[in-house]
Design a protein around this ligand. Sequence first.
Ligand code: NAD
Length: 511
Amino acid sequence: MSLDRIDPIFESSFLQPADEAQRSATSKVAVPVTVAYGDGIGPEIMEATLNILAAAGAAIAPEKIEIGERVYLSGNTAGIEPAAWESLRRTKVFLKSPITTPSGGGYKSLNVTVRKTLGLYANVRPCVAYAPFVDTPHPKMNMVIVRENEEDLYAGIEHRQTDEVFQCLKLITRPGCEKIVRYAFEYARAHGRKKVTSMVKDNIMKMTDGLFQKVFEEIGAEYPDIAQEKYIIDIGAARIASKPERFDVIVTPNLYGDIISDIAAEITGSVGLAGSANIGEHVAMFEAIHGSAPDISGQDLANPSGLLLGAVMMLVHIGQADVAERVHNAWLRTIEDGQHTVDLKGPKSETILGTQAFAQAVIACLGQEPQTLAPVRYKNPAPKAFAASKPLYTRKAPALKTMVGVDVFVHDAVRTPDALGAMLTAFNDSRLELQVITNRGVKVFPGGFPETFCTDHWRCRFVATDASGVIGHADICKLLSRLTEFGIDVIKTENLCTFDGERGFALAQGQ
Ligand code: NAD
């Protein structure tokens, strides 16, 4: 197979380029890089990766920071100390091993915190087959997943609202969509990719995923040279598993991207093969896509390739394309020679090596190139960041926002839908009237079905009664005060608004 199209992935990635001071490959001034050894297999794969980089002549000055499990367990629920932030903001380049997020206990995911705090909006995940040397049913697959990295369900805004109901807010923003979609199209154009596919669930989440798809179509119109298509994420994920070779660049919201990139990496032969770049306007972070693999930690079994290929992207980013090329070609040669870690074990495996022995095998191949797989070629300097010539996002003039009603969420484990509906209809004397009650989104009043299972969590939609159809905050306050007088346990409200006349809320299922 040809790996010609791998090269450009790493060639520029039009990352925001590192500072000139960091672009020092030619002068060989060591570039400060913040390094975290992480948890589980993290220290093993980081040691292997740094050994290869050192042997290849990478001019980097690693600054080790402590993050992750040990920091969490010392009582820091964020998993990161102020000194680590200082290093990250100064070096602007982060090579990170996977970390373990302890379950429960209020620990926030450090990965999500770092990505969001540093504005690393694009997660670029190349997933490439190395057939016939790594066994895969999909020898021609060569896709790049561009995953939105800052929002969606990963906002981590969760609440328990009633005895029975928990909520996680899915936030999709226009700036977030515009940034990631433009990045994906610019990436495709810069790297000679032919097609960008969006994967969403806009048949169900018409407003959030609908916005993502709308922006995809709006921005896509500026790139007539790139083929464009849309998949609903469920069939899209199925097609990635069955026919991955038909995809080129995929752009998708955060959660879907997280899931499909593990699927895509796994079917190339191992989840341990894929590296990833997290790109921001100021800082970039490079890592493997996999986690800390506690099941194999401390056993010298882990494949360091994902982190190593992440480090290759980092070398290109800091202007050391020559070293990146040396490392990547030596790695391809090692794979081609059948020197494999155990996760890659297959018909072409000659020797199964531990993590550190695999690193030594790559080091022994430095200066060599693959003979069957296409060698990679990188160029210095990385091309100018597209964001420098075009703003990533420009805020538009605000729309005319008109409030036309309110959804009041209520905790009630006693009343039936009809009883609740009758009560809310009877006593309300504000300028709002009850239009519909839903339970988990399904209409249960008026005219609900007895078959519908109901929890203790109700959404009661009130709309303006007068001809103007418009209400104010005072109307909502009056309504809430009436509800409180009648002992209704109000959990929260959501204003119902139109924006330039367009409805800014979904209808209830069955409404
Ligand atoms: P995982 O990716 O750690 O492991 C999944 C499976 O893949 C395991 O069987 C593991 O042995 C195998 N595997 C992973 N990397 C491998 C490698 N390099 N070589 C060989 N085999 C490899 O996923 P998980 O078990 O769901 O998560 C474990 C922990 O990692 C969790 O605490 C999770 O929060 C964390 N995690 C961290 C990151 C990150 O730091 N970026 C990403 C994902 C998960």
